[in-house]
Design a protein around this ligand. Structure first.
Ligand code: NGO
Length: 533
């Protein structure tokens, strides 16, 4: 009989419980599942070498040692403990690491990592005696914690005590990202998603080392952030949604809370106000923003390209300056996204005038412009980043901009758009950019995809989730899983590791974890799921 001693604190007492492992009950012979292999981590690490026959087991004595004197390290220790305690029932105290590397427990250290892992990478050593995670910066510790988490059995994600054992395969991992920007976008304008839903998505993104969350905060159907100098934007412009539902918006306190929550997961939020098109909600909220002085009605359909801010009107730029000013003050990160897509109700000359002027406003507020790749038709500032959302592998204007130094964020719609259907009969989503199952989402190379846009021009990869047809967190889960981890891997892992067959098995191995986490994932037939998942 295999007994695992679990110490749980109940009130002021420590109770010692004996938990009989499931394998004992079911098989009679103690045949605990083998530890998760190092090779199953998503995104796949740069290098992972297993030490055969060695495992590390978490016990009631395990401590989490955090780099002494580092608040971020002890916060990351607390984050790890908060994930592990409910399922393991172990106390897992977070304590300052001694000066020399601890001989036991899990150590989160900001010393001794190889320079090659940079600011976001880490080194992880797992021996029978201890687990040692080293990074140069807290972001690297956080990334390494996600790897460690995936190396524990899926049941570790449970919110209730599970039998264990909590074994981790022995080995040595050195890991760092291919691209510094690995993003996801959530459209909270077509349907509004409240703070809890966005936090849930942030937590899911963190598990796959995504480090930017772009929030599409305003579109024709809704304006979702309170702007103090233009209050009607949120109150009226945010009052509905696609299909005519109730809408909603973030107060600035809500939004700051999201920014802080994301930061605690090493994710930077990028706010987007789409303009000059996709602005019906703003135009409906303030008649004086319209060229004819008449406010259009609120819009709850799904057409695009019919609205435009009034380019010749000086008030337009006062408005933008005040909106961008308030957003910049709420945004510790470097980027503000100005949209710029599908401005088919704006003349090309007006478009150029407008984008060039808005870039100056963003720069005056100390931020860097991100825009959909349409902005290359204006005159991008040297720092402006163009987000490619096309469906072809050639775009001469984007290639010319890249040749002139513009960095490109890769979101090809037929590869990365999480709102595309998986198959013709997928209940949710659209088809305009094609069907996207795992082969299609994973089977491309961001550094060598768009003609004339080589690896050095690519800032990173982002998976947008537009929400014309998406209403609930279960819908978000269904469209994001399993494709989001595929895109996250393209952003993190070296292209030399790219292998569709192996990836389908690694991705499938995440299924049991998603099940424990309550993620409503799509059971793609292209993924090799383990039996029973
Ligand atoms: C396009 C369009 C969005 C839609 C989305 C739906 C871009 C950049 N503009 O992508 O307004 O919501 O497709 O897939």
């Amino acid at each position: 009989m295999t007994n695992l001693v679990v110490r749980r604190r109940i009130g002021a007492l420590f109770l010692t419980l004996s938990v009989i492992t499931v394998s004992t009950i079911m098989g009679g012979v103690a045949a605990a599942a083998a530890p998760v292999p190092l090779s199953s981590v998503v995104p796949i690490p740069v290098s992972a070498t297993a030490t055969s026959g060695v495992t590390h087991t978490l016990t009631a004595a395990t401590k989490i040692y955090a780099q002494s004197g580092s608040t971020p390290a002890s916060d990351i220790g607390g984050y790890l403990a908060a994930i592990l305690r409910p399922s393991t029932g172990l106390p897992l105290p977070v304590v300052p690491a001694p000066n020399s590397a601890p001989a036991d427990g899990i150590a989160l250290l900001l010393t001794g990592a190889p320079a090659a892992v940079g600011a976001q990478g880490y080194q992880l050593d797992i021996t029978a005696a201890n687990v040692t995670l080293r990074a140069n910066q807290p972001a690297g510790l956080f990334a390494g914690v996600q790897t460690l988490r995936q190396l524990l059995p899926p049941a570790v994600e449970s919110t209730t005590v599970q039998p264990g054992p909590w074994e981790i395969a022995g080995g040595h991992i050195v890991d760092y990202p291919r691209f510094g920007y690995r993003g996801a976008m959530l459209d909270v304008a077509r349907h509004f998603f409240g703070v809890a839903a966005v936090r849930r998505y942030i937590d899911q993104l963190a598990l796959y080392k995504v480090n930017y969350l772009h929030l599409h905060l305003a579109d024709d159907q809704g304006w979702r952030i309170a702007i103090n100098s233009w209050p009607n934007l949120a109150v009226y412009g945010g009052s509905t949604a696609v299909g005519g539902g109730p809408g909603g918006y973030y107060t600035q306190a809500d939004y700051s809370g999201l920014v802080a929550y994301a930061a605690s997961r090493y994710i930077t939020i990028i706010p987007e106000i789409d303009m000059p098109g996709h602005t019906n909600a703003a135009l409906a909220s303030y008649a004086q923003l319209n060229c004819n002085g008449v406010a259009p009605p609120l819009y709850t359909g799904t057409n695009v390209g019919f609205s435009s801010l009034c380019v010749p009107l000086e008030l337009t730029y006062t408005f933008i300056d005040q909106v961008i000013g308030e957003l910049a003050a709420l945004t510790p990160g470097p980027y503000l996204h100005i949209g710029g897509d599908e401005a088919s109700s704006t003349t090309p000359a007006d478009y150029t005038t407008f984008i060039n002027r808005v870039q100056q406003i963003v720069a005056a507020h100390g931020k860097t412009v991100l825009g959909w790749h349409d902005v290359v038709h204006a005159t991008p500032l040297p720092s402006t980043v163009a987000q490619f959302w096309g469906t072809t592998t050639t775009d001469s204007a984007v290639a010319a901009a890249a040749a002139a130094g513009t960095k490109v964020l890769m979101s090809p719609a037929n590869r990365t758009y999480l709102d595309m259907k998986y198959r013709n009969n997928t209940r949710l989503g659209q088809k305009w950019a094609g069907l996207i199952d795992v082969n299609q989402a994973y089977g491309w190379n961001p550094g060598n995809y768009l003609g004339g846009v080589g690896e050095t021009s690519v800032l990173g990869v982002e998976a947008p989730l537009w929400t014309e047809t998406i209403r609930t967190t279960a819908d978000i889960d269904f469209m994001a899983f399993p494709r989001l981890p595929a895109i996250a891997e393209l952003g993190w892992s070296a292209y030399a590791t790219h292998d569709l067959t192996v990836f389908k098995t690694r991705l499938g191995a995440q299924g049991p974890r998603w099940r424990v986490m309550g993620i409503n994932y799509y059971h793609s037939t292209q993924v090799t799921w383990p039996a029973g998942s």
